[in-house]
Write a protein that binds this ligand. Sequence first.
Ligand SMILES: CC(C)(COP(=O)(O)OP(=O)(O)OC[C@H]1O[C@@H](n2cnc3c(N)ncnc32)[C@H](O)[C@@H]1OP(=O)(O)O)[C@@H](O)C(=O)NCCC(=O)NCCS
Length: 152
Amino acid sequence: MEIVKATYAHLDAIMDIERASFTDPWSRGGVEAYLQGGCGEILAAVEDGTVAGFAIYLVAADEGELLSLAVRGDLRRRGTGGALLREVLRRAGERGAEKIFLEVRKSNLAARALYKSAGFAVCGERRGYYQDPTEDAILMDRELGADEHIGH
Ligand SMILES: CC(C)(COP(=O)(O)OP(=O)(O)OC[C@H]1O[C@@H](n2cnc3c(N)ncnc32)[C@H](O)[C@@H]1OP(=O)(O)O)[C@@H](O)C(=O)NCCC(=O)NCCS
């Protein structure tokens, strides 16, 4: 498995995973915007020529935000989500982020466990943040230490 910067060649597979993973998926245009560079980036985990998962994040000034992370349903629990998350932390640190934030549905215990194991801590809640179904968001953050600043 390798983690690469996603291109248009990965977009169909990313949208399949996005739609299968979330009840309120992003539109194709919304995802596509992050393929075009700027302050955001999409990473794809590629295994045997197919996309196993992806992560979308951005860095603005000294803060990063994890915007989306998903792994194909039949390929979960094999370390792909963790590998994508570690690469986001590394790249965000390299791009100057001192801290990274994320939001996660309160009921999403799998993702919350993954984030906790990667050093994120709960720092707030946003009531009714998600639609379809309406649900509170848990806000988590993590400082980016010296290990993620390699290259600076
Ligand atoms: C959350 C998600 C990305 C995790 O991807 P993954 O490839 O299965 O994650 P990993 O195999 O790297 O798991 C790493 C750790 O996270 C935790 N974890 C992952 N899935 C879990 C689950 N279903 N239940 C409990 N803990 C879980 C475990 O601590 C796991 O380590 P372990 O397998 O050694 O116990 C995946 O479940 C997914 O795509 N879910 C749907 C989309 C989603 O909810 N994305 C997050 C939005 S905020």
